[in-house]
Structures are given as structure tokens and as C-alpha cells.
Design a protein. Structure first.
Length: 280
């Protein structure tokens, strides 16, 4: 029995009919096994976030400190939102690698639905990103960050991170399917997703930005997510400026709307791109 067949030996029910849930779980296990065998794949959600926390908290924090506010507490929600946004990178590179190496084509020779490949990659990406969130939460506790609004509001914040990460996954599936090489994926994703995370309130206040830049930053979906986390966790400490954009005045609701809206728009495009690529 080949390695691929071993992965899918448990995919069938006793009646011999494919079971979608078991198909997805088999593929998730495959993706996570890669991490186990190549632990360096976790550097983007372990070492990198810790470096961001320490650099911004202790190196850059002094130059962008906010009077009357503990910048380390104010910073952590922004870095967590950035990490969850980067889940798009993870799924895009992983999917593109599978497509480029013909692994998805080999899956098609097995009794497995193509949708299972996409769903499993999405679940694996969320698990991957949540490892980073856990690492940053622990690191944050050591540098002075904390949740001050109770367990339920704390869990609500983590729930928003997962919901937003789900929307970002569709970005990754779209780019991972549409682009033809890992190098192209990295180049396009880096020049689009990475700057968007900085054009927000994640690391700096929007009220000191020029008017045109502040408008873009305050309507950035990441800004709504970051503001929601700060409010839910009690890490804000800065009253909103008068006339702040609506997303910052109602950040929790806005984040949910952004996540659902982006998923509704991007999911069909991503699925179409994946189907077109696998039909080549």
C-alpha cells in the first residue's frame, strides 16, 4: 500500500461510500504531519511573532509610545491580527506547492472529492495560525499584556480572530490556485497583504496620520479587528477621536460583517480558480 493510500485507507465508511468528514480529517492529518516532520515550518507562527512582539515592545515602542497607555498591551492585539491575516500566506503557499508537485492530481485518482482538499487546507491553516496566537498570548503575558474584561469577552476576541482568519483563507486559496509558482505567490502576497497590515491601527494611531491615509487606515478591515480585540480585552486605553470612522465606533459588528462579506465574495472566486487549475 502506497503512502497516499495509507492516508486514505480510513476515508470510506463500512458501506464503501466516501465520507467527506473523514476525507477532510485524513488530509488535515497529512498537512499536520508535514509540520511534525519539518518543524521549521512553524517559524512563521513561533519565532517571527515573538520577534515582532519584542522588537515593537522594546525597540520601536519608545519612539511610538502613546502617552498614558501601556504600548505593549496596546500592541499585542495588532500583532495577533497581523498573524491571523498572514494565514492567507500559509494556505496559498501550501496549496500552490501541492498543485505544482502534482499531489492534488494524485488525490484525484483516489475516491476523494476535490472540495476536501480545499477544506482540509483551510482547517490546517487555521490550526497553524492559532499556534502562533497561543505563542503570542504566552509571550504577551511575560511582557505585561493581559485580558482585563473577563473570560467570555476574552474568548469572543479569539473567536473574532478565527472568523477573520477564515476569510483570509479564501484569499490564500484564490492566490494559491491562480498563480503558477510558489515564488509568484510569495511575491504577490508579500506586496499586497503585508503592506495592508501596516496601513492600519495595528502598530500606530490613526488620528496622527494625514487625512487621506487615516481614511484608508480606519476603513481597513484589519483596523476594525484590532479595535475590536482591544475593546474586548480591555487593551485600548485611548478614546476614539471625534469623527472616527464607523468601523472603529462599532468594531465587533464591523469585523463580523467584513469577515462574512469577504468570504461571500472571495469563496466563489477561489473555488472557481481551484477548479480551473485542477482541470488543466
Amino acid at each position: 500500500m502506497t503512502t497516499a493510500q495509507e492516508h486514505f485507507h480510513a476515508v470510506h465508511t463500512t458501506a464503501g461510500r466516501p465520507n467527506p468528514a473523514r476525507q477532510v480529517w485524513a488530509l488535515v492529518r497529512r498537512n499536520l504531519t508535514h509540520i511534525k516532520r519539518q518543524p521549521e515550518m512553524l517559524t512563521d507562527v513561533t519565532i517571527q511573532p515573538v520577534m515582532f512582539v519584542l522588537l515593537f515592545a522594546f525597540v520601536f515602542g519608545g519612539s511610538i509610545a502613546i502617552p498614558g497607555v501601556d504600548y505593549k498591551e496596546w500592541l499585542l492585539p495588532g500583532i495577533m491580527a497581523q498573524t491571523m491575516t498572514f494565514s492567507a500566506f500559509i494556505v496559498a503557499i501550501g496549496l500552490n506547492t501541492d498543485l505544482g508537485k502534482g499531489i492534488v492530481d494524485r488525490f484525484r485518482s483516489l475516491p476523494i472529492g476535490r472540495s476536501s482538499v480545499v477544506v482540509a487546507r483551510s482547517v490546517s491553516s487555521i490550526i497553524h495560525s492559532m499556534i502562533g496566537i497561543v505563542v503570542m498570548s504566552v509571550t504577551g503575558l511575560f511582557v505585561g499584556w493581559g485580558i482585563h474584561e473577563g473570560v467570555l469577552r476574552g474568548l469572543a476576541g479569539y473567536g473574532l480572530l478565527v472568523l477573520f482568519g477564515f476569510a483570509m483563507i479564501w484569499v490564500g486559496i484564490l492566490f494559491g490556485s491562480a498563480l503558477r509558482s510558489v515564488e509568484a505567490v510569495q511575491g504577490v502576497m508579500f506586496t499586497t497583504v503585508f503592506p495592508i497590515t501596516f496601513l492600519s491601527n495595528a502598530f500606530a494611531r490613526t488620528d496622527v496620520m494625514p487625512d487621506w491615509l487615516r481614511f484608508l487606515a480606519e476603513w481597513n478591515p484589519i483596523s476594525a479587528l484590532v479595535q475590536a480585540l482591544r475593546e474586548l480585552w480591555g487593551n485600548d486605553g485611548i478614546p476614539l477621536r471625534e469623527g472616527a470612522a464607523l468601523p472603529l465606533q462599532h468594531p465587533v459588528l464591523t469585523t463580523v460583517i467584513w469577515a462574512v462579506g469577504l468570504s461571500a465574495v472571495l469563496a466563489p472566486l477561489a473555488v472557481r480558480a481551484f477548479v480551473a487549475r485542477t482541470n488543466d
